[in-house]
Design a protein around this ligand. Structure first.
Ligand code: ADP
Length: 474
């Protein structure tokens, strides 16, 4: 048995608490029993004493009624064998004329005499008169304001002691049995309640990075364990999609790197197979340089994304005039737009200043504008605008191009994702441009939204807050 298990600890605590409760209960009941029985004995002794005094008043001789048994029986329900009664004079001596019928000899304490002189009754419990203690009541008899005699009645507390002994024996017999039953029941209950935890542990043991699609069983009971299973399942879901994303990312990245490398290798091998003219070598080297540029561009993009993912994307934030960035990107992209026969328009550029990284913000805009030009057929139009909003700047890049289907709109920001339509166009992108743009916007606490009608138009909206608190890693 594992002593550290919750089941054992729960049973231990449960049994301990139950034992303490039982003991407190038994102690209280015992005290109450003794208290009630004592009160009963005192009340009965008082009644017997009153009855004897009453009779003494009515007829002085004989003082005690012959049917003393009857008097005890009347008030106690039985006549105790060890009963005591005697008549004393005010000093505490037995009354010689009225002692004929007394039984037993009771000691008189100074306290009794003192109380009697004040007209007060005294209750005492005396030990040593017999096997059991004896309860004695002494009542003074007052006539015309003077103490004429004292009546003492007493009885052995045998019955009370017997009742208490029986109670203690029964309690001591019941207590271990009750505790045994309760702790056994507690153990079974704890086992039953924690069974789903065992099942969950087994199921969780089976789940590994390779089998993240497995889920824990949800009982649907709506209890804490069901809630825990649901929470763990949703965490597994998130882990699963993150793992899938990472795997896809590395597979895509290696594929994208492999293509230009294969081309490069092939071109160089072919060039080396036979003697070439200097012009031919130059052509091969130019083409190789193009592939190397492509690889360098890709590696740079991957590096930027992985840094952004790790939260270590370095930003050189300074006050930036965004209208300057927009105008510069417009001028840069104009060359590409002209070669493709696309009209690139600059519309409504307001002066906006914000804290940001000039180079990175330029990269963000260039990626979006280049996309607009790439995915707009010749004769179409791409428009750039910058507006000043209350909390930040709003840059809009709209085009009249091929558009993006609704079901692909939230996926295009994932690395290497390329919409089907774009692939069909044969554009040479790798699918990193929007992820990079998204990461840069995020590093400025901004966001990029897309709105598009396939076959008609696409609008990318970039919102950049004026103040962004996120610190750039050094
Ligand atoms: P790339 O352009 O290199 O393929 P991006 O990450 O820049 O990669 O874009 C991802 C995909 O989003 C593109 O392949 C394309 O399908 C879609 N896309 C982006 N911008 C536009 C646009 N302006 N019009 C239509 N489709 C677009």
């Amino acid at each position: 048995m594992n002593l550290k298990s919750i089941r054992v600890r729960l049973t231990f605590w449960y049994t301990s608490l139950l034992t303490v409760t039982f003991l407190i209960l038994a102690g209280t009941t015992n005290w109450l029993l003794v208290y009630t029985l004592s009160q009963d004995v005192d009340a009965s002794l008082n009644s017997v004493a009153k009855s004897l005094i009453e009779q003494a008043r009515k007829s002085s001789n004989p003082f005690f009624p012959p049917d003393i048994d009857g008097v005890f029986r009347r008030f106690f329900g039985y006549s105790p064998l060890d009963r005591y009664f005697q008549m004393l004079d005010p000093t505490g001596r037995q009354d010689p004329q009225r002692s004929r019928l007394h039984t037993g000899k009771l000691p008189i304490s100074p306290k009794v005499i003192e109380n009697a002189s004040k007209g007060l009754p005294t209750y005492e419990t005396l030990e040593g008169l017999g096997k059991y203690p004896v309860r004695i009541l002494t009542v003074p008899i007052i006539e015309s304001g003077r103490i004429v005699n004292m009546v003492q009645v007493g009885m052995s507390l045998k019955n009370m002691h017997e009742t208490r002994r029986r109670f203690l024996i029964i309690t001591l017999l019941i207590l271990p049995v009750a505790l045994l039953l309760a702790s056994g029941g507690g153990w079974l209950l704890a086992r039953r309640a924690l069974k789903p935890v065992d099942n969950m542990t087994e199921a969780a043991d089976r789940i590994s990075a390779e089998a993240l699609s497995d889920r824990l069983e949800e009982t649907g009971a709506g209890d804490e364990l069901d809630h825990l299973a649901k929470t763990l399942n949703s965490m597994l879901g998130r882990l699963d999609s993150t793992f899938k994303q990472i795997r896809r990312f590395s597979a895509d990245a290696s594929h994208e790197l492999q293509t230009p490398l294969t081309i490069l290798k092939g071109e160089l091998e072919v060039a080396l197979r036979s003697e070439r003219t200097p012009e031919e070598y130059q052509g091969v080297l130019n083409s190789a340089l193009e592939e190397i540029d492509r690889i360098a561009h890709l590696v740079e993009g991957l590096l930027l994304l992985s840094r952004a993912d790790a939260g270590v994307l370095r930003m050189d934030k300074k006050p930036v005039d965004l209208s300057q960035v927009v105008k510069e990107i417009h001028a840069k992209a104009k060359i590409l737009a002209d070669t493709r026969g696309v009209i690139l328009r600059l519309d409504h550029v307001e002066p906006v200043s914000m804290l940001g990284d000039y180079e990175r913000l330029g990269r963000l805009l260039l990626n979006l504008v280049e996309n607009g030009i790439k995915y707009t057929p010749a004769g179409g139009q791409v428009t750039l605008s910058l507006k000043k909003e209350q909390n930040g700047a709003l840059i809009e890049i709209s085009d009249t191009g091929i558009g993006i289907p609704l079901d692909e709109q939230d996926q295009i920001f994932q690395p290497f994702y390329r919409a089907n339509e774009a692939r069909a166009q044969g554009e040479g992108g790798v699918g990193l441009g929007l992820s990079i743009a998204g990461s840069i916007a995020e590093a400025h606490e901004g966001r990029i939204e897309v709105e598009s009608t396939p076959g008609q138009r696409t609008v990318f909206t970039v919102f950049l807050p004026y103040q962004n608190s996120r610190k750039s890693p050094m």
